[in-house]
Design a protein around this ligand. Sequence first.
Ligand code: S3P
Length: 450
Amino acid sequence: MSSHGAPRPMTARPSRGLSGVADVPGDKSISHRSLILGAMAVGETRVTGLLEGQDVLDTAAAMRAFGAEVTRDDDGMWRVYGVGVGGFAEPEQVIDCGNSGTGVRLIMGAMATTPIAATFTGDASLNSRPMGRVTGPLEGFGTQAYGRAGGRLPLTLVGAADPVPVDHTLSVPSAQVKSAVLLAGLNAPGQTVVRETEATRDHTERMLTQFGAEVSVEREGAHSVITLTGQPELTPQEIVVPRDPSSAAFPVCAALITDGSDVLVPGIGLNPTRAGLYETLREMGADLTYENEREEAGEPVADLRARFSPDMKGIEVPPERAASMIDEYPILSVVASFAGGETMMRGVKELRVKESDRIDAMAKGLRAAGVTVEEGEDWWSVQGRGPGGVPGGARAEARLDHRIAMSFLILGLGAQKGMSVDDAGPIATSFPVFEPLMTGLGAQFVRANA
Ligand code: S3P
């Protein structure tokens, strides 16, 4: 869906003593992959715990457009009747991926080696994001891409009729690009290879193996060589989607910065390629513990307990950790504002091509809230004002970016004069129950007029 309707301004008022249990929804990355891999398997894949955010609903609609049957039972279980590798039909309509970079990039990969054409578009945010990073390697398979200058959406892909496998070295640390190449490799004969020099989230590799594809991963430090043998028959799966660590970050960080808080966030996936924020928070001195550590659906999982942490200190976040917390820098910058001293974040230029330029969006809003932020192309720093030291009282722009909207609302809970965002609408893309979940813990949110 390209439009989410009229802007929905929202204000967070200073709140104390957040408490209770926060059941955050399913992992967005795994939800997209469940639908796409389910559509490429032969037979019925069943998915419980699917994130029913707009991004994932748009991917479900896309899978239907390519010929898979995707249904939802009344109890919330999703069923995907897959058409097999190479079985996608040519869609009759434009594929609208709304706000979702993951959706569009993975789906482009999944159709790129089937001889059909499809046109992709999205909302204003998605249509301004770079797609050449995906269409470039897909052209190596023999796929043709016709798009706007600069590789922006809308664009049309014509899938390769006689695909050849590729050996691709990632030029940016991106799990979306890695996944697009691997999904394209499914319908190419022989072996498709992806090389990465920084470890990015590995859900695609794990799930491909689960679906019965032959995938080998050779790791040496942060370097990996991933080799996929093409043209497998994927077998349908029963998938239980773990809860999303990137969504869990919001109630966790809210508890850390608000006086008297104690919040439990159960069942959070802590795959090491995703858990960098939690490591960073613990290094800053956050009162954050992992309880009941266990394994679910092949992923490490724990219950996170976060309590008000008045003694947090700014740190230099190791740049090699960036990929494992790339979506969490906005909310980290909020926590850093309430810590003592400086937090320095380097090696983060990918933040500039997310749903918004996240360094610019956060820097402007934080400055309006009374926090000193410095930035360069590839780094930014936040001068912490200590617990209770952030004035707030401003209105930040969400820029069609869910994580920017949520970050400023969390900031408002700990700030002296609260904080507003011009549009809370984008939150529905990844965390549709954010507002009731947070207010259930005691957060005070007020809907305002535009
Ligand atoms: C994702 C990968 C990341 C991340 C996005 C989800 C995925 O993007 O920011 O929210 O599911 O593969 P990049 O691969 O572009 O870094």
